[in-house]
Design a protein around this ligand. Structure first.
Ligand SMILES: [Zn+2]
Length: 281
């Protein structure tokens, strides 16, 4: 497997994401921060985005032809290039290594098996930090983002405490309580990484994303929190809050953001019609 880690003696961070460009778009500033500290970053990638946005082809009939295995191939290559942009350690190991879970875009599962697979990776690599989408106070109810977040959340929650990371941070949250002390970004590096996703991001889109990352670390935002930090002892408390959503503000946010869509009507043609194997479920 071209992406698998060879050794894990360094301090490491797991960034758990559903799609190949999510690490850049949603966590670019965090990648920047941990790279600066010399951490090894593992992108735990749930799918290669076989349905994608197919930007340039959206209005044409070619969309369906490129979806599926073709787009997986394109995005796998794009993702590899994006992660190369972050550079290498002196021994030649990439600073950001992708570990693909190889689920299918739009059909990311949340079940015992998906949770167990993440736990096995945590036990093997023992990351100091785990970063994943917030599945509780979420601002993104995309099926894959929710199931990626749920899988990561329950993997950490149910793991033996000795494997608990030093920090467990959730992004895409409407209840942030933690800020990474980021003061600057490697603009050129992030730009190169974003540009690698050429099938998904337009030049204007990239400009906006980079502007956003810059804005996040600007002095004007010095106190702004972006992550929800979860403590081991918080799990029960969070679950109680989640079930009750005690404050009115939380309730409003929850119901406003809670969009769900039917997977069957959104992802056409079906994975089977595109020749994608969904037997892993
Ligand atoms: Zn995504």
């Amino acid at each position: 497997m071209e992406f698998l880690p060879i050794e894990n003696s360094r301090k490491s961070v797991f960034i758990i994401v559903p799609h190949p460009d999510d690490l850049e778009i949603l966590a670019g500033h965090a990648v920047n921060y941990f790279l600066d500290l010399g951490y090894q970053i593992y992108e735990i990638l749930f799918s290669f985005g076989e349905y994608g946005v197919v930007n340039q082809l959206r209005k044409s009939d070619q969309v369906d032809r490129i979806k599926g295995l073709n787009l997986r191939k394109i995005r796998k290559k794009e993702n590899f290039n994006a992660k190369q942009a972050y550079g290498h350690f002196s021994d030649g190991t990439a600073r950001v290594i992708t570990i693909p879970m190889t689920y299918i875009d739009g059909h990311v599962p949340f079940n015992q098996k998906s949770v167990r697979r993440i736990q096995e990776l945590i036990k093997k690599i023992k990351p100091s930090v785990i970063i994943s989408p917030d599945p509780l106070y979420s601002i993104d109810w995309h099926h894959d983002h929710m199931n990626t977040g749920r899988t990561a959340y329950y993997a950490v929650k149910k793991i033996e405490p000795k494997f608990f990371p030093q920090q467990f941070l959730l992004f895409q949250t409407f209840k942030p309580n933690y800020r990474l002390p980021i003061n600057s970004i490697f603009y050129a590096t992030l730009k190169k990484a974003h540009q690698a996703h050429r099938s998904q991001l337009s030049p204007l889109g990239i400009k906006l994303m980079l502007g956003f990352h810059r804005y996040l670390v600007s002095p004007f935002r010095a106190k702004k929190q972006l992550f929800r930090k979860v403590e081991l002892e918080d799990f029960n408390q969070y679950d109680r809050k989640y079930n009750k959503l005690q404050s009115l503000k939380d309730k409003i946010m929850y119901y406003m953001l809670n969009f769900t869509h039917s997977v069957e009507s959104t992802y056409i043609p079906s994975p089977t019609e595109l020749g994608l194997d969904i037997s892993y479920l």
